[in-house]
Design a protein around this ligand. Sequence first.
Ligand SMILES: Nc1ncnc2c1ncn2[C@@H]1O[C@H](COP(=O)(O)OP(=O)(O)OP(=O)(O)O)[C@@H](O)[C@H]1O
Ligand SMILES: [Mg+2]
Length: 276
Amino acid sequence: MNGTPSPHAHAPQGAGYEVVKLDSVRKVYGGSKNQVAALDGVTIGLPRGSFTAVMGPSGSGKSTFLHCAAGLDRPTSGTVLLDGVDLSPLGEKELTKLRRERIGFIFQAFNLLPALNVVENVTLPLRLAGRRPKRAEVDEVIERVGLSARRGNRPGELSGGQQQRVAIARALITKPAVIFGDEPTGALDTYTAREVLTLLREAVQWAGQTIVMVTHDPMAAAHADRVLFLADGRIVSALDRPTADQVAERMTHLGAWGNEPAAAPGAAPHGRGARR
Ligand SMILES: Nc1ncnc2c1ncn2[C@@H]1O[C@H](COP(=O)(O)OP(=O)(O)OP(=O)(O)O)[C@@H](O)[C@H]1O
Ligand SMILES: [Mg+2]
């Protein structure tokens, strides 16, 4: 990680290269009588080095979008290309391998191993992939997330924000093609959430990292380059270089916060107060 985009052996380089590509992706749940189209024809490309937030009312398909894009779930129809690889013909074993080698995940609940210390948690994905952690790279990523003084601590000895920074370091260490976050700041207070989001923003800048993050929080979404709005399984709009107020206003228009009278932009719920 030296300021230039990280190398990906299988990927063609070049500006505007779309690391994640969904084409006419549909995901239908349920049987013939109670079918729900969780995704209803989604076509989108996400360029390398971009930070995308995905927003929308509850049930609009955000998690389904993330799961299909990350190869955790299979579309009913349509195609997903991840770093140039078509996921549809891959079997479970190949998908697992691809996720391990090319994708990083950050969850709301951190998902660290409680018995392992910071260094061990961060290097786990490398060791699972049979790769030997390089001391200098491990040191650098731990320093980037500001945890050099906490290398030997276990998750239970760290604050929520520190734990999420361990999870970010763990996601970054493999230099994945893309990092997917499902509400990565959902369990953090506003101040800590902002620190974590700034760190993600920096990873986009320093490592050319591509990040896709589902969030309910307009303040979180405002850290992204672009916000995609989902409603009823479709991408209904997008905002580039968003402000929190613009995002909140758009969400209010989508009816995302129930049937209360439309709140003034900025008066919309933030952080932990936002409805899930
Ligand atoms: N395994 C499943 N079986 C049946 N229906 C499902 C399943 N998973 C999701 N759905 C339905 O698909 C739709 C989209 O769900 P999804 O979880 O993607 O929404 P979401 O936007 O992530 O919502 P939230 O903000 O509440 O997390 C919903 O109507 C949901 O009930
Ligand atoms: Mg969800």
